[in-house]
Design a protein around this ligand. Structure first.
Ligand code: URA
Length: 321
């Protein structure tokens, strides 16, 4: 096997995208412009251009960024790319930054350790997570999909795991579901939140039990149990989300915290620091926040913080729904 072919195969398999460099005739054959020998003839006859110049060398090395025309027709504009990242704390949700690491800096090819071809021009994170928030972040170059997921009128469900200080109460659950005022009315960044679902998963390490006292003493004031709904997050869905809930809240607790509650929160908008501010409005502090899902897309439990993968065909189809 020739060197360039070996490189091509590895990168296609890992990323599912076009290799960094490949031969012009090979690329054209893959795009269905004929057999390699037919293509060589066509290239030598001057029917192919690369970046605006006629290219007569079929062995010319090309990259995904090169613009190729065959008989005046643009060759294989790539379809969009979609990645799911488990965002770790400590990186910012931006495409570039002079001082801090961004989520795009994490998109490196796991085999070649280079940023290309995984990262390419035009990809961006869909929505924003705070620097200290972890979890699901969709990264794509599909502007239409991003618009559908983010447009204010769409009200796409986003489910978060929030570990908060203090004991979450019935009243908090009600305030979230009524749609609470966040920030002082009239102040610049104040808003009235859309109704949100707050579900108590456990309090001080004890599992929620639907508000009822269980024989072993577990009790959640007004909490809805895991078997019930957290908004649209019901039954089986809850069980799937449970897989991506951090197992050890102790990592995020400091000694002065005597009470804490693990919760799932479903919001349908994306205001700045929304969940932190909603909990602050009921006197609680978010100690750790992780996004578990966005619309139909769930964080893959196999992804460690900092890891990413391509979306499956099925995930893309459902998202585009
Ligand atoms: N709400 C927040 O407060 N922070 C996030 O990162 C996302 C939602």
């Amino acid at each position: 096997m020739k060197k360039d072919e070996r490189t091509d195969n590895v990168q296609d398999k890992v990323t599912g995208r076009r290799p960094v460099r490949e031969r012009l005739d090979k690329r054209l054959a893959q795009e269905g412009y004929g057999t390699r020998s037919e293509i060589r003839k066509a290239v030598r006859a001057g029917r192919v251009s690369v970046n605006g110049h006629t290219e007569k060398d079929p062995g010319r090395q090309i990259t995904p960024e090169d613009e190729i025309f065959f008989d005046g027709e643009r060759v294989g504009r790539e379809t969009s790319v979609y990645y799911m990242l488990n965002k770790p704390a400590g990186v910012i949700t931006a495409t570039e930054d002079a001082a801090q690491r961004t989520v795009l800096d994490l998109l490196r090819d796991p085999v070649t350790e280079t940023a290309e071809p995984v990262r390419r021009r035009g990809i961006f994170p869909v929505g924003r997570l705070d620097a200290d928030t972890e979890g699901l972040l969709l990264i794509t170059d599909d502007g239409q999909l991003a618009h559908r997921l983010l447009a204010p009128g769409r009200h796409v469900d986003k489910v978060y795991y929030a570990l908060v200080s203090g004991a979450v109460t019935n009243e908090d659950v009600r305030l979230f579901s009524d749609g609470m005022q966040v920030g002082a009315e009239g102040s610049q960044d104040a808003f009235r939140a859309l109704p949100a679902e707050l579900m108590i998963v456990s309090m001080n390490g004890k599992n929620a039990a639907g508000g009822a006292e269980k024989p072993d003493g577990d009790r959640v004031p007004g909490g809805r149990s895991g078997e019930q709904a957290a908004g649209n997050t019901a039954g089986k869905e809850f069980e799937e989300l449970r897989m991506v809930i951090p197992v050890d809240p102790g990592r995020y607790l400091s000694p002065e915290i005597t009470e804490y509650t693990q919760t799932l929160v479903t919001i349908r908008e994306g205001k700045y620091h929304q969940i932190k501010r909603m909990f602050a409005a009921v006197g609680k502090k978010v100690l750790y926040l992780k996004r578990l899902s966005m619309g139909p897309l769930r964080l893959d439990p196999a992804l460690e913080p900092g890891q990413f993968r391509k979306l499956t065909e099925e995930e893309i189809r459902v998202l585009q729904g």
